[in-house]
Design a protein around this ligand. Structure first.
Ligand code: NAD
Length: 351
């Protein structure tokens, strides 16, 4: 088969070249108006934002556009070009980037990873105040350009910032989600699996509550291959060390600090964790993830509007429901304590 030669002229437009390459199909129908194209925007192209971007691309989750937004134009363009240059190895996705939020228009999902870095001797509250000010610049334009999107907040402290995003957006709470303890739960499952030498995907286990130091490990509901492990051991009168459980939870809390101490930041696991959430949402998987949701009304959290992680069912509508996972009185107490701490911080911020 002979390939038609392109006329050698520099005056040809890209369209002319495309027309020369492809013979038109007669009687072709216009593209179906019902065909959905998925668009994801990522705000903040630092370590976390780029790990999420690359995981989304390799998992073929975005079929039309991945829009990147950051405040640093050179870094942003560099990251965009670097990803675009992998086009020959990836499913086709158009990647665009701009410091102008117009590039995010008509997104289905907006993932916010932008965050200020802690300054030397800066208090956590001051850092938080700076991040709140940052969100005042980020959330309103996202809402303006994508009024129907789902907001997925990753920046820390994720629970308070998800609350701030909810307030600033005016969205119903089912469309504002914090990545919450999805990552902590993955670390938990890995550590249990490692301890028992099983596959982490066979371990069902949740960390709920605050993403961070006061998170709550739901030991009572852990199952491995469908076997509720603690009640199974107790029924068979197999002894286990309570200390081991405490240590595993402590390790879940400390391992983020350890990674940051060793490599300066965390990125790969949070990239997979957020891509996993994006898949459940955009592909309407209706699967359950521990994510930060408006927790008022659950487990007797009544004092105010607070976002905390609970096992929630995610789909195209965002949060579809919160699963009634059985928790012990002690676990519920810990959860309410986390809620009180976060509410106090929100009060100090005056939001
Ligand atoms: P980073 O400093 O590498 O990246 C932050 C990016 O935000 C930078 O590129 C910066 O230019 C950008 N940015 C700052 N102001 C902006 C603005 N107004 N508009 C757009 N972009 C802006 O930080 P990182 O390591 O990528 O971490 C990002 C955030 O994710 C931090 O808050 C971190 O604590 C958080 N994080 C969350 C989890 C989780 O599980 N929720 C896990 C890891 C990290």
């Amino acid at each position: 088969m002979s390939i038609p030669k392109l006329p050698s002229t520099t005056s040809l437009s890209d369209l002319d070249i495309a027309n020369a390459l492809f013979a038109p199909i007669r009687h072709a129908e216009p593209p179906s108006p019902t065909k959905r194209h998925l668009k994801i925007s990522i705000i903040g192209t630092g370590n976390v934002g780029m790990a999420i971007a690359q995981t989304l691309l390799t998992q073929d989750l975005v079929d039309e556009l991945l829009a990147l937004v950051d405040a640093l134009p050179d870094k942003l363009r560099g990251e965009m070009l670097d990803l675009q240059h992998a086009a020959a190895f990836l499913p086709r996705t158009k990647i665009v980037a701009s410091t102008d939020y117009a590039v995010s228009a008509a997104s289905d999902l907006c993932i916010v990873t932008a965050g200020a870095r802690q300054l030397t001797d800066e208090s956590r509250l001051n850092l938080l105040q700076r991040n709140v000010n940052l969100f005042k610049k980020i959330i309103p334009p996202l809402v303006k350009y994508s009024p129907g999107c789902i907001l997925l907040i990753v920046s820390n402290p994720v629970d308070v910032l998800t609350y701030i995003a909810w307030k600033l957006s005016g969205f119903p709470s089912n469309r504002v989600i914090g990545s919450g303890t999805n990552l902590d739960s993955s670390r938990f499952r890995f550590l249990i699996a490692d301890h028992l030498d099983v596959n982490a995907q066979d371990v069902q286990a949740y960390i709920i509550g605050e993403h961070g130091d006061s998170s709550v490990a739901l030991w009572s509901s852990i199952s491995i291959g469908g076997v509720p492990i603690l009640s199974f051991l107790e029924k068979r009168q197999i002894a286990y060390e309570k200390e081991t459980l405490v240590n595993i939870h402590r390790e879940v809390i400390n391992c983020a600090y350890e990674v940051i101490k060793l490599k300066g930041y965390t990125s790969w696991a949070v990239g997979y964790s957020v891509a996993n959430l994006a898949r459940s949402i955009l592909r309407d998987q209706r699967s359950i993830h521990p994510v930060s949701v408006l927790a008022k009304g659950f487990h007797d959290i009544e004092d105010g509007d607070v976002f905390l992680s609970l096992p929630a069912q995610l789909g195209r509508g965002g949060v579809l429901g919160v699963i009634n996972v059985p928790i012990t009185d002690e676990e519920a107490d810990q959860l309410r304590k986390s809620a009180t701490t976060i509410l106090e911080v929100q009060e100090q911020l005056g939001v």
